[in-house]
Write a protein that binds this ligand. Structure first.
Ligand SMILES: [Zn+2]
Length: 118
């Protein structure tokens, strides 16, 4: 199973995305562990001066924990509750971190957006 991950490193207005693909020898959990380890190393190296997030590009995460604010949505690819910003051009809301939109199947499903005007 191919999985694709992005380690997003952000500090102020700067942002760096590191793309990590699974290899043929590893299973999805091994890849995830490798990505988590690398993200932790980056975080430690930067000494808390940057925000480091793991984004899944192919496999969605199910919602967990409580929604911190009613306007936030569950982002299945960040695996976190996120602020979604309105994209004027396409008329959808997008995750402020990974950019997935509310037209995505899993964003809709996990946030009960089917049939809603969004
Ligand atoms: Zn996201």
């Amino acid at each position: 199973m191919t999985t694709k991950w992005v380690i997003s490193v952000r500090a102020g207005t700067q942002r760096k995305d590191i793309v990590i693909m699974s290899t043929e020898e590893e299973g999805p959990i091994e890849t995830y562990r490798r990505v988590k380890k690398k993200a932790k190393q980056i975080d430690e190296k930067l000494g808390g001066q940057a925000t480091v997030d793991i984004i899944s590009r192919l496999v969605p995460f199910k919602p967990r924990g409580y929604k911190p604010f009613s306007s936030w949505l569950w982002c299945p690819y960040c695996g976190k509750w996120r602020v979604f910003n309105y994209d004027d051009y396409l008329g959808v809301d997008r995750c402020s971190i990974c950019n997935i939109s509310t037209s995505d199947f899993y964003v809709r499903t996990y946030n009960n957006l089917w049939g809603k005007e969004i």
